[in-house]
Write a protein of this length. Structure first.
Length: 191
């Protein structure tokens, strides 16, 4: 939109200078060329929340809050890794390995199978590991909800910030031309 305004302004200034007989009396102001900035595009809060719900921390990164995104993602994925490791440890405690000798393609081989232990031999995790598992599951859930809410609010913070800075940076230009009879023509453009 700014480029269209600049093109119209320059065409209008050439047409006004062509009207006058004395080209030395024409005064044309050359505006600064406006550049497009991606920092002025508002972010959708729902898209930001969706990004953060799918990949934790990406909503904050979308809002250009890189530190928050990395912190949120690292807390979430670290605790998720702890939960996964403790579940694998529980499975290892309650699984037996059975080896069977067999023949495959004419060769004698040993095959390995994992079977669950009988119910009478099941063991739980030690108390410290149970507490860590519960704390990690709670942290994963709380971080996921907090990340989505923070990404939504972060998009609103970003939009407020760009609306404040864009209202201060309005482009305006006035063009004046003095004709032979002392008439002054003012044209004002605002973007």
């Amino acid at each position: 939109m700014k480029n269209v305004g600049l093109i119209l302004l320059s065409l209008f200034s050439f047409s006004i200078s062509a009207l006058g007989t004395d080209t030395a009396s024409a005064s044309i102001l050359k505006p600064e060329i406006a550049t497009y900035s991606y920092n002025t595009v508002p972010h959708d809060p729902f898209a930001s929340a969706l990004f953060s719900g799918i990949v934790m921390g990406s909503g904050q990164i979308y809002n250009k809050e890189y530190g928050r995104g990395l912190l949120c993602g690292s807390i979430y994925y670290t605790n998720l890794l702890i939960v996964w490791g403790l579940i694998k440890h529980f499975e290892a405690l309650n699984t037996d390995t059975v080896y069977i000798k067999g023949i495959s393609k004419g060769e004698e081989k040993i095959f390995q199978f994992f079977t669950p232990k009988p119910d009478s031999e099941l063991r739980g995790l030690p108390d410290k590991e149970k507490a860590l598992l519960v704390a990690s599951i709670a942290t994963v859930g709380i971080t996921w909800v907090w990340g989505i809410v923070d990404a939504y609010l972060g998009a609103e913070r970003y939009n407020r910030k760009i609306s404040l800075t864009s209202s201060e940076n309005k482009f305006s230009c006035q063009l004046g031309y003095a004709m032979d009879r002392g008439m002054l023509l003012n044209v004002g453009l605002k973007f």
